[in-house]
Design a protein. Sequence first.
Length: 108
Amino acid sequence: MECIFCQIVKGQQETDVVFENDQIIVFKDVNPKAPVHLLIVPKKHIKSINELEEQDKDLIAQVILLAKEMAIKHKIAKSGYRLTFNVGRGGGQIVDHLHLHLMGGGEK
């Protein structure tokens, strides 16, 4: 069975998408921990940071640069924000599909 993020990528699950291109999709977290809480998800299924390969380095760089762009777009770049990759169950990863959390907007 495909993971929930693969289903979102394929349009099989609804979510609040804020950005999408051919390699990455960005959507609002369904259980936000901050006023702005976005998930930046490569469309390629990679289980976690532990499964990254040399060929994925450009994709991961794009994910991080897109996080910066999303912070600007959502007006949290100046006040500050947090970027988090959770890795494995012990690291808080719930969905086995690599994703970057972008959180901010709680401080003025």
